[in-house]
Design a protein around this ligand. Structure first.
Ligand code: HEM
Length: 489
């Protein structure tokens, strides 16, 4: 420690032992995680420690200061560097935002993305579209409730969330959730959905290319490389075809409301001159919206159903507030969504407890920067362990207890991303925060308001522990839930 300048962060606890340079905390599933063990032995005032990953300097940051001072800092806004070859394989080199670490292209692409998602003409049609989609599920869900047979809620939410995102992107009604539930209602085994399977293969491929060094996949893992490249090609071809179809529809359209792809075209056309760049930009944006928007919302909702099945009083309170604003069968409209405080509190609480990105959000430090008197050196990696703030016992009362009532009243001095302090940031904060936050919250509110108003949830096997898988984001494993009618259908 003495060789270090006084204002550098202390060395991570698990850097000291024998291995010298392999300073990783390995999770049970073998995935690399830079988590709580890095801080062992350090006092609560230490919020950044230094470690090393394959010879590269890594800072690991935790707590409210990590959210407030680091996520919001423009010197720490690029993603960690993935080799250009891997980005090429992911078709993400300089075109997207999710994995893009080229600051200049990220800035333009991010502006386009934010402009597209935030356009009022797009937002206007969102709630009715998702509400319509939910009503198409009622017949099958009613039959399932009559039969008392369980549904795999993780699968169901996956399909609902994918249908929602495809519908808002392309105005295309795939009806994959309806097909799945119709098969369940008839007691048949549902066929796997082709698009969802493809999307999951894309996530696997993203994990492969962001974790495996190019030298390995070029020299050793030829078959894996070929398989993942084929996945990207298939996915891009699928999206490009739909994007082109929307372009034609857009040229002939006279309606006021638009879908997200059309909104993305308007944004891209204002940023780029040539047609090919516009088309590539929109295709990438759409691919990232599907990637960012499918599993995140679906897993949050699956975890939420699990908690509501264990806390009937909360589910009942949500049902009552939905009936109070929308009636027993009326549509759930955009303007009603801010009148559902218990549902909103429940979504925050499930996001806090299940922290989808608990293991870490990554950044690259582009210039020397001093944070709260601590010097962070340029060209280092940064892992922000947001889950640690979400579960901090010195801040949250009974942090592991599901208690949405903690979010029913805003503090006298609201601060932080959601007004409940800097210990809560499920969507990140600042320059790189999730651009899909509003869309995700809106989607989850409309879906959950519909389901909670009509059904009670019961766990098929209340003794079975919940299966949680940590991969790119936290996933809910197979979870059987029984639906029960609340009101006369
Ligand atoms: C429950 C749902 C969701 C959660 C919890 C979530 C959370 C997050 C988080 C924590 C980040 C990283 C922020 C950072 O690096 O500081 C992120 C980034 C991102 N999210 Fe989401 N997200 C959700 C839904 C969505 C949806 C619906 C979309 C698409 C419309 C989306 C698109 C993206 C994109 C494109 C990025 C990358 C932004 C960038 O790197 O500049 N997300 N999200």
């Amino acid at each position: 420690q003495s060789r270090r300048q006084m204002n550098e962060p202390p060395i991570a606890s698990n850097w000291r032992p024998v291995l010298g340079h392999a300073h990783l905390f390995l999770a049970k599933n073998g995935a690399m995680q830079l988590g709580p063990s890095m801080f062992e032995g350090h006092g609560s005032d230490v919020f950044i420690v230094e470690a090393s990953l394959l010879g590269q300097r890594v800072y690991v940051a935790r707590g409210p200061k990590a959210v407030k001072l680091i996520m919001g800092n423009s010197a720490i806004r690029t993603r960690i560097k993935i080799p250009d070859e891997s980005l090429e394989r992911m078709e993400s080199n300089k075109v997207g935002i999710l994995f893009n670490h080229d600051l200049e292209s990220w800035k333009v692409n991010r502006k386009c993305f934010v402009e597209s998602v935030g356009r009022p003409r797009f937002l206007k049609g969102l709630a009715p579209k998702i509400d319509d989609l939910m009503t198409t599920l009622y017949d099958s869900l009613d039959q399932i409730a009559d039969s008392g047979s369980p549904v795999l809620i993780n699968e169901m939410m996956n399909l609902i969330s994918m249908d929602c995102i495809v519908d808002v992107l392309f105005t295309e009604k795939r009806g994959a959730a309806a097909t799945y539930l119709t098969a369940c209602a008839a007691g048949e085994k549902p066929e796997p959905d082709e698009l969802l399977t493809l999307i999951h293969q894309v996530f696997d491929s993203a994990e492969f290319y962001s974790k495996v060094p190019p030298i390995l996949y070029k020299l050793v893992l030829h078959n894996e490389d070929a398989k993942h490249r084929a996945t990207y090609e298939k996915y891009t071809a699928y999206v490009k075809e739909l994007v082109q179809a929307r372009k034609t529809a857009m040229e002939n359209s006279t309606t006021d409301e638009i879908d997200l792809t059309t909104s993305a075209f308007l944004a891209a056309e204002s940023c780029f001159d040539d047609d090919e760049t516009v088309l590539n930009q929109v295709t990438t944006m759409v691919k990232e919206a599907v990637g960012g928007g499918t599993d995140t919302a679906s897993n949050t909702m699956a975890f939420l159903v699990y908690e509501l099945a264990r806390h009937q009083e909360i589910a009942d309170a949500i049902c009552e507030e939905v009936i109070a604003v929308a009636g027993r069968n009326g549509p759930i409209l955009h303007e009603m969504l801010n009148q559902l405080p218990m549902l909103e509190a429940t979504l925050l609480e499930v996001s806090r407890i299940y922290s989808l990105f608990a293991a870490g959000i990554t950044r690259h430090i582009t210039e020397d920067v001093i944070i709260d008197g601590v010097l962070l050196k340029k060209d280092s990696m940064m892992f922000l362990v947001i889950g640690m703030a979400h579960w901090d016992a010195s801040y949250w009362e009974n942090p592991s207890e599901f208690d949405p009532t903690r979010f029913l009243e805003k503090p006298a001095k609201p601060e932080g991303p959601h007004g409940f302090g800097w210990n809560l940031s499920p969507f990140g904060y600042g320059v790189r925060k999730c651009p899909g936050q509003e869309l995700a919250l809106l989607e989850m509110k409309v879906v959950m308001a519909n389901l909670c108003r009509r059904y009670r949830f019961r766990l098929a096997d209340p003794k079975k522990p919940l299966e949680v898988k940590d991969s790119l984001a936290r996933e809910c494993g197979p979870l059987e839930v029984i639906f029960e009618h609340r009101v006369e259908a």
